[in-house]
Design a protein around this ligand. Sequence first.
Ligand SMILES: [Zn+2]
Length: 285
Amino acid sequence: MSQEWSLNGLIGGAVFADTTTPTETASPAPTVPPTESNAPTGTAPSTESETPTETAESTPPSAQSTAPPVTDPQETNQDKYQGRKLIALTFDDGPDSKYTPQILDILKKYDAKATFFVVGLQVAKNPDVARRIIKEGHTIGNHSWSHSDLTKLSEKKLKAEIEKTQQAVVKATGIAPELVRAPYGAYSDKVLKSIRLEHMKHVYWTVDTRDWAGTSVSDMRKNVLTNAHKGGVILMHSFGGRKHAIEHTIELLPSIIEELGDKGYEFVTVEELIESGQFHSSIIK
Ligand SMILES: [Zn+2]
């Protein structure tokens, strides 16, 4: 199943092509064997009792943590952003009532802004946490209703995955997301077209921490510090993954905020990254 998905992913979208660039740095390769990849099961949870627990943005080994060329960001001359080094932290699959609030506490402590790509089912269960995300100045993006592989859905089901989530977020926060991240990062031309029809943008990432897999804090730290760059988008999770995986994320977060902060990075929402012009056109479309 996972192999099948990987192949489909490679054939179906430009996404993996985007990530194999000459600047591919020797990122600390996650040690999870390829067979461990958390591929979509193909059976989307359709009831409230089913949470998207297999929540990995699984990518083929060759596509992990690979940054686009640093010369790629579409720099603008906006004075406001001149000389600043912006980077975006992103957290997928929440909100939940256990980990997401802890992540929000850390972000608040450092006055760092982030983007949460939420699953509609989770928003329906934790509307108060979704409200807190917005209240504290972060951005919410749409991560589908049931964490399905969107490339495998009919147009109608795909639309429902996006729209139901939009409605849940609006109901909880009063704000309609303008960004989408397809579960597993699996998108196709058809998925992108649907997203554009909703007047939204798809957001991929430049650094995959593979936190969902239970990657050690030191490996993730090394990966992030090695591959961080201006205009980068770091993928983490605020819910799901393997047992205790997100506890590693929570342990990692203060150290990367402090160390990247020391290197002059500012943590902004993906919306602000787009506004600044400091983003890679290959990952935000
Ligand atoms: Zn996800």
